[in-house]
Design a protein around this ligand. Sequence first.
Ligand SMILES: C[S@@+](CC[C@H](N)C(=O)[O-])C[C@H]1O[C@@H](n2cnc3c(N)ncnc32)[C@H](O)[C@@H]1O
Length: 198
Amino acid sequence: MGTSYRLAYWLGFTPWERQPLPPELEALVEGPGALPPGKALDLGCGRGAHAVYLASHGWKVTGVDLVTGALEKARRRAAEAGVDVQLLEGDVTRLGALGLSPGYRLVLDAGCFHGLSDPERAAYARGVTALRAPDAVALLFAFARGWRGPAPRGASAEDVASAFGPSWRLVRSEPARESRLPRPLKNARPMWHLLRAS
Ligand SMILES: C[S@@+](CC[C@H](N)C(=O)[O-])C[C@H]1O[C@@H](n2cnc3c(N)ncnc32)[C@H](O)[C@@H]1O
């Protein structure tokens, strides 16, 4: 998957960046009953749009991505917004290698998990679970499961719940309220999945 993303950034084919700020994320950060700011982990943070949004709302954000060029853009974006974001080049399936301290209250994944293989998802979930705060919330974007060539294979609610395991509770899975996907992905049926540490 890493090579495809490197190529996509290099070609400038990044349809996920045409999406508006997800209302599902905005609700957690600014809505009624918003989470109190704390440490947030943005997994597969790409060029940092969500990481910078969170940092601008008082969160202490760590963004992780494999693609150097995307992280460079994320660093510029954070500097332009006047916020500090910890941006790390690394693999979300090897979070333990990044030397992070636990205590993340919000885990955001806007389009990374759903492209991973089953063993990668399991490793990812182990890493996230080790880093979370006791009251953590995880918000994940995923296409419905299906074969779609080089695009992410997607993940059902059951896939998400089973990868995260019994120390998380899947609170809800809802169709994405806003999505501007290109034509080949029109049938991707994107969902947002919300989990809480249990
Ligand atoms: C669909 S893009 C979304 C980027 C960003 N979250 C956004 O919404 O703009 C998925 C991102 O996950 C990153 N990614 C995929 N697999 C990864 C892995 N194993 N470790 C770290 N990042 C990964 C890609 O490089 C890419 O930036």
